[in-house]
Design a protein around this ligand. Structure first.
Ligand SMILES: Cc1cc2nc3c(=O)[nH]c(=O)nc-3n(C[C@H](O)[C@H](O)[C@H](O)COP(=O)(O)O)c2cc1C
Length: 358
């Protein structure tokens, strides 16, 4: 595919996944920053990663972002315990019928034995290239079991989980964590050393504490010096990355090997294509096609639940509208996919008005 050829999947959703789009274009400004990277024996065609986001990065969004160039995607966090019970719902959540690769399933849990058994089950299903361990989730329900970011308060247990999972699977094992539990207990450097010594084959660090949740500004200064600890192990920076200048600054300050993007691509999945050097997605007609494609794919993945689940993406697409707050209010209970598609068409054509706008 040349840089400006229209991707076939936009008109025909049955078009097979084309990995060539994930290769960064040779002639582009970020060529020293956006490049392939290897995790264990898995080659990522580029180092732009779609962050795991529960309730957001379903199979449709993972495939969409891969099609738009993300070099790697990660599932929403999945309960290791539920997987060992062979929960249909959990396994379906991490397995999508047309999953693009490379792809990681992310597991959470605090019991090394359960984590190892769940990882082995996922590995046997052959649905992913990498297993990622969640050590950053701030949600009370998760941390009260000792999982997620609570593991940052228990480095020996985190290390044991990594060792046991690595011993149980053939695929590489990675860890995603934060800079610490609270502002007074920032331990990101020691923690990075611990998980790498235990065998983590890549790390991703969200530059916030558990205490900060998703608020405030990511504290990139705490990512400085991490690469020196990692040696050859790839280090992915995460937190508030939404534009080329963020990659440039993080690269300069931290020498990181890759960039994980979360909220910055919700309602803007073409961000990956732009960072790879593609310019065609500045077209609002193409952006509308992407919007419509996503909703239709979600209807196939989720059935009647698709429109409510799409809402977070819809509000992402609409976020720069001058009356976005009124639109959110007007659309927050909308369940009719035709209304949502018409709203998107009007928005991208510049014709979207709100009846209460003035
Ligand atoms: C709605 C939502 C759900 C999330 N779910 C997960 C998750 O399942 N696993 C995980 O490791 N991180 C999760 N995160 C954290 C993101 O992966 C990422 O670390 C965080 O949003 C910071 O990146 P950003 O500033 O680019 O969004 C979630 C974040 C959001 C906003």
């Amino acid at each position: 595919m040349t840089s400006e050829a229209l991707p076939g999947w936009l008109d025909n959703p049955a078009t097979p996944f084309d990995p060539s789009f994930q290769t960064p274009l040779p002639d582009r400004s970020l060529s020293h920053i956006v490049r392939p990277v290897k995790i264990g024996n898995v080659v990522l065609p580029n180092n732009l990663v779609l962050a795991p986001m529960a309730g957001v990065t379903d199979g449709t969004f993972r495939l969409l972002c891969s099609r738009l160039g993300a070099g790697f995607t990660v599932s929403e966090l999945a309960s290791a315990r539920a997987i060992t019970y062979r929960s249909r719902q959990t396994i379906d959540m991490v397995r999508f019928q047309a999953q693009a690769r490379p792809y990681a399933v992310q597991l959470f849990g605090a019991d090394p034995e359960t984590m190892a058994r769940a990882a082995a089950i996922i590995d046997e299903l052959n649905i992913c290239d990498i297993i990622d361990i969640n050590m950053g989730c701030p949600v009370a329900k998760v941390v009260k079991t000792g999982a997620g970011s609570a593991l940052m308060k228990n480095p020996p247990l985190a290390a044991e989980i990594i060792r046991r999972v690595r011993a149980a699977v053939k695929v590489p094992v990675t860890a995603k964590f934060r800079i610490g539990w609270s502002e007074t207990t920032i331990n990101v450097k020691e923690f990075a050393r611990t998980v790498i010594e235990a065998g983590a084959q890549a790390i991703t660090i969200h530059a916030r504490t558990r205490q900060a949740g998703y608020t405030g500004t990511a504290q990139w200064q705490h990512l400085e010096g991490i690469k020196e600890i990692c040696g050859d192990i790839p280090f992915f920076a995460n937190g508030d990355i939404a534009a080329a200048e963020h990659l440039i600054e993080l690269h300069r300050r931290t020498g990181c090997d890759g960039y994980m993007i979360g909220r910055g691509c919700v309602g803007k999945p073409w961000l990956f294509a732009e960072l790879l050097g593609h310019s065609m997605f500045s077209s609002t007609a193409l952006r509308f096609k992407i919007f419509r494609h996503q909703l239709i794919d979600m209807m196939m993945e989720h059935g009647p639940a698709a429109v409510p689940l799409f809402r977070v993406h819809l509000f992402g697409y609409l976020r720069n509208h001058p009356h976005s707050a009124k639109l959110r209010h007007a659309l927050c209970n909308e369940r009719n996919p035709s209304v949502v598609i018409d709203t998107g068409r009007d928005f991208f054509s510049g014709a979207l008005q709100t009846s209460t706008a003035d």
